[in-house]
Ligand binder design. Structure first.
Ligand code: FAD
Length: 383
């Protein structure tokens, strides 16, 4: 069994208590970034738990990060504002040079720099990452970047971006997974010098953007690992990312279930609590059952990840089940609250909108099913 981190959860819950519903409602209304919340998390060291101690973090395993993110969601807050730092940082940690780690990680750990942006998805290629069109061409001691990314979340609130771009044309690579490279882009210097960020309005407050590169020069020293191997580096972080997002969904589901159960016990109609009606109980109980299943698979995925075993199956299935469980729990919660479920002051409609994302991003349910079909069940590759 992996550690459950009761102390960490308690500390996160205490921190979250300073950011109650009205804080998130205001941010949601204004579509504003929850800077104060992210700063509080950073100051408390929660966002840098995965960074090794030698680089200023606390060097804890992935399950600690999962506990933190789950607890944030469980308390009604939104880790979507800052969760990326936890898994994006892993690209630098696993594949960066010693010099790059020394240059960036201590400042990320201290909060001096935010590493919250991850530029992979493009408008034309979407999930088909190997078809991405953004190019990086070597020119002296720099790479010149041209192209566009979409859904680059938090770009306006991040100093650094991990960027995936094509360094060798697709027609010229031996293997279809070759030819892409990962860069760390210092956006403080880049904005206005070849980098333009344009916010995208979405159904929830997610600070997502589209990003345009027009002859942006990135020092060659910012290439992570080997040129042409970037796709593998990004893939290597995906299990961790999926497990963390799954933990967030479990947290959302627990929040919805608690809220729905409390209300079902308290709301009295026709002379009895509405929760006495099985029509009200069952959707909540079903969502609870789904959440337990997802939670167990998250734990198993984390256990395997930390044991250095391949956890692709668990990470993918956990992410899918957890996203479905949080959605089912959200649906039950809204229905249980009747009209009040739609009132912003109850936070349910906000959380409902927020948790819907995870059936699409960072990977959509179909792609997970496709992974299970092909890699677990041995069915023919479909695309
Ligand atoms: C709010 C938000 C934040 C995001 N943040 C980031 C970020 O920070 N960085 C980043 O790089 N990306 C980010 N994304 C992008 C996200 O990862 C993608 O939206 C997601 O991977 C799906 O890609 P797409 O939107 O291009 O859909 P598409 O790839 O166009 O797919 C559309 C639909 O078709 C289905 N589909 C496609 N191909 C197949 C197939 N072969 N078989 C079955 N079904 C298929 C998909 O499952 C999906 O339902 C974000 C997205 C959103 C909405």
């Amino acid at each position: 069994m992996t550690e459950t981190y009761a102390d960490i959860r308690e500390a996160v819950a205490r921190l979250c208590a300073d950011f109650p519903g009205p804080y998130w409602q205001d941010k949601d209304r204004a579509r504003a970034y929850p800077t104060e919340f992210v700063e509080a998390l950073t100051k408390s060291g929660f966002l840098s738990v995965l960074i090794p101690e030698e680089f200023g973090g606390s060097g804890l395993p992935l399950s600690a990060a999962a506990a933190i993110l789950e607890e944030i969601q469980r308390q009604g807050c939104n880790g979507g504002a800052c969760h990326a730092q936890m898994y994006v940082m892993g690209t630098v940690l696993r594949h960066g040079s010693e010099a790059q780690k020394r240059e960036w990680l201590p400042r990320v750990a201290s909060g001096e720099l935010r590493l919250q942006a991850f530029g992979v998805t493009e408008p034309t290629s979407g999930t088909d990452t190997l078809s991405l069109k953004t190019t990086a061409k070597r020119d002296g001691d720099a790479y010149v970047i041209n192209g566009q990314k979409i859904w680059t979340s938090r770009a306006e609130h991040s100093d650094l971006m991990i960027l995936l771009a094509r360094t060798t044309p697709r027609e010229e690579v031996a293997k279809r997974t070759d030819g892409l490279s990962v860069f760390i882009v210092d956006m403080r210097e880049a904005v206005g010098n070849g980098l333009t960020i344009r916010p995208i309005e979405t159904m929830m407050n997610h600070s997502t953007t589209e990003v345009f590169f027009d002859n942006l020069r990135v020092p060659a020293a910012n290439l992570i690992g080997e040129e042409g191997q970037g796709f593998r580096y990004i893939l290597s972080g995906m299990n961790a990312e999926r497990l963390l997002i799954a933990a967030e969904c479990v947290g959302d589901a627990k929040w919805f279930i608690e809220k729905a159960s409390n209300y079902a016990r308290e709301r009295v109609l026709f002379g009895r609590p509405i929760g006495q009606n099985q029509g009200v109980q069952f959707p909540i109980a079903r969502a609870y059952a789904q959440t337990r299943a997802a939670d167990l698979l998250v734990a198993e995925g984390l256990r395997k990840y930390e044991a250095g075993e391949n956890c692709g199956e668990e990470a993918n299935i956990a992410k899918m089940l957890a996203a479905e469980a949080s959605w089912a729990a959200g649906e039950a919660c809204i229905q249980t609250h009747g009209g009040f479920g739609f009132a912003a002051e109850y936070d349910i409609e906000r959380k409902f909108r927020e948790t819907r994302l995870y059936q699409v991003a960072p990977i959509s349910t179909n792609m997970i099913l496709s992974y299970v079909a092909e890699h677990v069940l041995g069915l023919p590759r479909s695309y």
